[in-house]
Design a protein around this ligand. Structure first.
Ligand SMILES: [Zn+2]
Length: 505
């Protein structure tokens, strides 16, 4: 890259700049050379010319430029567990969850803002320009809400972004303290955030929340709906929708009782995207069948939740009838292939879902890997392993899952290289040791995040060769905050794992 719109300090709001791509992926038309893109002040593409030379003052993007990726499923704090949960005794998803709960216990609004800034910066330098953050660490560790007892209201008043000082509505004990910390982190990292505030009411079918889950829970569906409406107001007062929006999530059928699923389906405004963890583990299906006589997908259908705005995360263990229900509803399924491999979840039926009419999106979930190129490739690899055939998805379909699928799941407009689209782009080096010799239209099968030379968000150059132009090397940010958590006595390493508690499903 040459030129650029930032001063490297992270201060101020850099303006979009004209861009010249040595080559660019233009969807059905494949890769075209010499593409000049001019963004408007709002970060959308105004004009696009093909087969032209760069003009003086253009920011040059070498290599092959693609639309930036859209991450449809993240729990930012799970990044703490990367490379730390693989020792000790053999475990399962459920023992991993105990380590995750230990990490959640440590979080304060200030610590989470620092950690999430680093994680979101890592996402940006690898080529994700937006993220759906499935957020459930709402309250203090003892379950009491932040902001309780502050002057007269639980709805924060207007305040400028980044003004999180102690004692203010945006401070570490203000209403929505954890949520506003995540929003500020996203703005600092320059990633577009869809903050999915998560309803979490129970510890399992017919079970109250356990001690490790009280940070996550609200007293009832009504109480969550009230807090959700308040959060939407607080975010809209502080951040433009292009930067931060609020969507809804239901943690899972384990954590939200059937009557609450139906109540929420009927009460949420129609424009709000809705996400839910679905059938990640066989044990969830068995518990749901025993409690309700329905599969989790069947329960969502009977609750009025199977709609085009629904994103079902994982959907790993489905029946043929479940696949037909999801496809018939035009819902999205968010697959998280590297997480599903890491947690030994299984391989979801991505090809069958797509053929049934489901839109596929991708997420990095617990962040054992943050790399859109590996995630796209892993979707295809899972299909090959499960079916014994190759290829299952075309490069265009994999790129669609990595970009358009995730944007649809977030309720965000299209990004990429066409007039009117949001100018979020990523450039790939086609001559690295990994990519040299690849057909440019098959780079999705060979590139990794290490081959990302430049990331542009809203027409603004935001990362270059692994460095965030405002925040520096995300490894330094992550090292600092992980060190701080370790010194504070974190108990999230695998040698401190415990077995699944009796109260947990
Ligand atoms: Zn998840």
């Amino acid at each position: 890259m040459s030129g650029g719109g930032t001063d490297g300090s992270g201060a101020g709001t850099p303006a979009p700049v004209p861009l010249w791509c040595a080559a660019a992926w233009l969807g059905d038309r494949g890769v075209v050379e010499g593409v000049r893109v001019v963004p408007a002040g709002d970060g959308t593409v105004v004009s696009l010319e093909e087969g032209v030379a760069a003009q003086a003052g253009d920011t040059v993007l070498p290599g092959v430029v693609f639309p930036a990726a859209a991450n449809a499923h993240s729990h930012a704090f799970h990044r703490v567990l990367r490379g730390r949960t693989h020792g000790g005794a053999p475990g399962s998803f459920w023992t991993w969850r105990e380590s995750m709960y230990a990490a959640a216990r440590q979080l304060t609004p200030e610590l989470y803002e620092e950690l999430a800034t680093a994680v979101f910066a890592e996402m940006v330098v690898t080529g994700w320009s937006s993220v759906a953050e499935f957020h459930y660490v709402h309250h203090r560790p003892d379950g009491s809400p932040y902001g309780a007892g502050t002057a007269g209201s639980t709805t924060a008043g207007p305040a400028p972004a980044g003004s999180g000082t102690a004692g203010s509505a945006d401070g570490p004990d203000g209403p929505h303290a954890m949520e506003l910390a995540l929003a500020r982190a996203a703005v600092r990292a320059g990633i577009r955030l869809t903050l999915l505030d998560t309803c979490y009411l129970a510890g399992g079918f017919g079970l109250p929340a356990g001690p490790d889950q009280v940070r996550f829970t609200d007293a009832s569906a009504k109480e969550w709906l009230r807090r959700f409406a308040s959060l939407r107001e607080a975010v809209a007062e502080r951040f433009p929708a292009s930067a931060v929006t609020v969507g809804a999530a239901l943690h899972s059928v384990r954590a939200v009782p059937p009557e609450a699923l139906a109540e929420i389906a009927g009460a949420l405004p129609p424009e709000v995207p809705v996400h839910i963890h679905l059938s990640e583990q066989p044990a969830e299906n068995e518990a749901c069948l025993a409690a309700t006589g329905l599969t989790p997908t069947g329960l969502l259908s009977s609750s009025g939740l199977l709609t085009p705005r629904l994103s079902a995360v994982h959907a790993t263990h489905l029946t043929a009838a479940d696949i037909d229900l999801l496809g018939g509803a035009g819902s999205t399924v968010v697959m998280c292939p590297t997480t599903e491999a890491d947690l030994a979840d299984g391989i979801g039926p991505a090809g069958r879902l797509q053929r049934a009419g489901v839109r596929i999106a991708l997420g990095t979930d617990q962040h054992a890997v943050i790399d859109p190129w590996i995630e796209m490739r892993a979707l295809e690899h899972g299909e090959r392993l499960a079916t014994g055939g190759r290829p299952q998805f075309t490069p265009a379909q994999l790129l669609a899952a990595g970009t358009g699928g995730g944007l649809r799941a977030q309720g965000r407009p299209p990004v990429g290289l066409e007039p009117g689209a949001v100018c979020d782009l990523v450039a790939i080096d086609p001559r690295s040791v990994r990519t040299v010799g690849s057909d440019p239209e098959q780079l999705v099968y060979s590139a990794t995040a290490q081959d990302v030379t430049d990331v542009v968000i809203g027409g603004v150059p935001t990362a270059h060769r692994g460095r965030h132009l405002g925040l520096g090397d995300p490894a330094d940010l992550l090292g600092a905050v992980l060190g701080r958590m370790d010194r504070a006595g974190g108990t999230h390493r695998s040698d401190s794992r415990t077995t699944l508690g009796a109260a947990a499903p």
